[in-house]
Design a protein around this ligand. Sequence first.
Ligand code: BO1
Ligand code: ZN
Length: 234
Amino acid sequence: MQSPINIQRSKVRFNSDLEPLQLEGYGYRRDAFKMMNNGHSVIIHLPSSMKIIKGLPGKFTAIQLHLHWGGTGKENSGSEHTIDGLRYLAELHIVHYNSAAYSSFDQAKNKPDGLAVLAFLFVGNPFENAYYSDFIAKLAKIKYAGYSTTLDSLDILAMLPENLSDFYRYHGSLTTPPCTENVIWTVFDTPIKLSYTQIELLESTLMDWNNKTLRNDYRQIQPLNQRVVKASFS
Ligand code: BO1
Ligand code: ZN
């Protein structure tokens, strides 16, 4: 039950029970959001007021978001999940814990029903995505592993694709150690568009703990085994 996986469209099972997620508090907020280079990714700590209140079993509270990306400067590198064998330029993960059952991420992280991650794939585009401008600009402030800065505002909803109704659902794991197999994954079908310039900045700005450019921070595709991926759309 490991992640990420390749999603083969011809093998997913349409399930009309998969309702659109109801996201509460993901819209525009003015606040100090901590943004950090942890040596593996860029991570933004999220306020506990961001919750998935419908569409998953229980209620899930956001804790952080982070990205995975490539670095070869070309297409087909960077995302963790692939669709029909196609690797996207990058992938956004919004990490949540089951706050209906557990009082904190730490309480939930080892429980079988503990975690849920929303995953979004990125494609390149000639035009700048203005909703990522502040975020991309701040990367220069956290060039070195362990550095952090703050974002003065965040509009997660605006950073997501417009179509949030079409998604894939399966049970898997964290994609980095401890790779716990307790994650309900929701992988959205509609990608987010970033300009090639923005992608390039994401791929080239941060350094890891060895002061090497932080890139290709994605895990290899894991076997699906007995699992069947569900789709909210056909
Ligand atoms: S991912 O979304 O599957 N790539 C993923 C992988 C690892 C974590 C989170 C998401 N790790 C955990 C750490 C905890 C930390 C938590 C929240 O992230 O194991 O120590 O508190 O940031
Ligand atoms: Zn991740």
